[in-house]
Ligand binder design. Structure first.
Ligand code: UD1
Ligand code: MG
Length: 457
């Protein structure tokens, strides 16, 4: 449940930067971390702290970002030219006109912030500060803006690295670029920005000077450096992913799952695991996977958009594709692929099988090598397997086809017609056995070889 705030809170996400170092045609904030766009993570975070209104600032050629923002319930504003972060924030002002409340400004490429850190920022602002900033102490302060503090610990200035003196460059406390203040004041301060600096850019951080000129307090909280990791390159994307994965693994274990080898399990942002789920090594959870209590997932499985019922045993080497609904106490074994199919309670498909566009009724047993032939090159067709059906190994079920409750399918059959309940359907040519054929064959062959050897002597 998203939080309800006492005072209205808006957010501005700056995402109009070029993202040049990603070397990608996809805008940076649409790259995925744990199966969700960076933008999606950030909007989820803002939703979690109860933000009422979010404006995403995009470049004129970033329609896809505006679209994704809209899909996720945020609005967008276009920054016509990339003249710096201060100019980018200005682009959001029309959308904030008349908004009575605070606004939180964030860079769009920091998906590792936590609700706790943003709450801390809001508390700092509530404590009587005109502007509250997020600062952090990175191992390598590199080219970050430095937070210059007053003797009492309040913020005096933010100096960009390129404009900083040698002494200022020695400061370890850096600006994460995120802050909160009254929404209307943001407009006032931005109006006064100039670009008299080393980069000829309108620096957003210049708002500190405007507030200080009025003798107002600016403060900074310290965030864990890990949360301020931004995505600027593919290597940073991978680093952010690894932090996110570590968090997701920790969350799964805190909620009562056993991960036999945590570092080899890959989660999506929305993976749901019940209690007493055991996950073996090398398991991949794509988006939209729900696993109920007491499920055992053996090594090397790949899941996406599927659900697994209580007590089921899956894998090793199972693949559950979109629309696979695995019931209670079902067994899905090695090299079994399930797509858009309901496997009802207690059914088993233990070896080398494809089940697609199908239902497998409760208690049925699908033998090794069974294939639902669901596709005719144009359309997909449905295979309906009733309850307590036994499908013999290496059977092909050519859809559309129905096998009624309690029927048996003889091994090696190609089933094209409906099978009535409790019947046996077997489709293969009758077995022929020729008595002593093998023994005679061997005798003849041995005699031939012996004769050949003799003629060579
Ligand atoms: C910024 C901060 C710096 C801070 C650092 C933290 C300023 C002036 N500097 O520097 O103090 O330590 O982040 O990572 O704010 N953007 C636009 N339009 C623009 C320019 C940028 O939307 O015209 C967006 C980018 O998409 C990005 C964000 O603003 O999300 C930050 O821009 P960037 O150029 O990376 O700022 P830094 O130089 O890293
Ligand atoms: Mg940056």
């Amino acid at each position: 449940m998203p939080l309800k705030r006492q005072k209205p809170l808006a957010a501005v996400l700056l995402a109009a930067g070029k993202g040049t170092r990603m070397k990608s045609t996809l805008p940076k904030v649409l790259h995925a971390v744990a199966g969700q766009s960076i933008l999606g993570h950030m909007l989820g975070l803002l939703n979690a702290i109860g933000v009422n209104k979010t404006v995403v600032v995009v470049a004129p050629d970033q329609n896809e970002v505006a679209e994704e923002a809209r899909r996720l319930g945020a609005s967008s504003a276009v920054q016509e030219q990339q003249l710096g972060t201060g100019d980018a924030a200005r682009a959001a002002l029309p959308a904030l006109e008349g908004f009575a409340g605070d606004v939180m400004v964030l860079y769009g490429d920091h998906p590792l912030f936590t609700p706790a850190t943003l709450e801390k920022l809001l508390k700092a602002r509530e404590s009587g500060a005109e502007i509250a900033f997020i600062g952090f102490k990175p191992d390598d302060p590199a080219a970050y803006g430095r937070l210059v503090l007053l003797a009492n610990g309040d913020v005096d200035r933010i100096v960009e690295y390129k404009d900083a003196s040698e002494e200022q460059r020695r400061i370890k406390f850096c600006s994460a670029g995120s802050f909160t203040l009254d929404a209307q004041r943001l407009g006032t301060y931005l109006a006064g920005l100039d670009n008299n600096n080393a980069q000829r850019e309108f620096y957003l951080t210049g708002i500190v000077d405007a507030a200080r000129k009025r003798n107002l307090r600016c403060v900074a909280i310290e965030a864990p450096a890990e949360e301020v990791l931004g995505v600027n390159s593919r290597a940073e994307l991978a680093l952010v992913e690894s932090v996110m994965q570590r968090r997701l693994r920790e969350r799964a274990m805190e909620n009562g799952a056993t991960l036999i080898d945590p570092s080899t399990v890959w989660f999506s942002h929305d993976t749901q695991l019940g209690r007493d789920v055991t996950v073996g090594p090398n398991v991949f959870f794509g988006p939209k996977v729900r696993v109920a209590d007491n499920v055992r997932i053996n090594a090397f499985c790949h899941f996406e958009d599927c659900s697994i019922g209580e007590g089921a045993i899956v894998g090793p080497y199972a693949r559950l594709r979109p629309g696979a609904q695995i019931g209670r106490d079902v067994h899905i074994g090695n090299f079994v692929e399930v797509k858009k199919a309901v496997i009802e309670d207690g059914a088993k498909a233990n070896h080398l099988t494809y089940i697609g566009d199908a239902r497998v009724g409760a208690g049925s047993n699908v033998g090794a090598g069974t294939i639902t032939c669901n596709y005719d090159g144009f359309d997909k067709h449905f295979t309906d397997i009733g309850r307590n059906v036994f499908i013999g190994s290496n059977s092909a079920l050519v859809a559309p086809v129905k096998i009624n409750d309690g029927a048996y399918i003889g091994a090696g059959s190609v089933i094209t017609k409906e099978v009535e309940g409790d019947a046996l359907a077997v489709e293969r040519s009758e077995q022929r056995t020729v008595g002593r054929w093998a023994a005679k064959f061997r005798e003849r062959k041995r005699a031939e070889k012996a004769a050949k050897a003799k003629s060579k002597e």
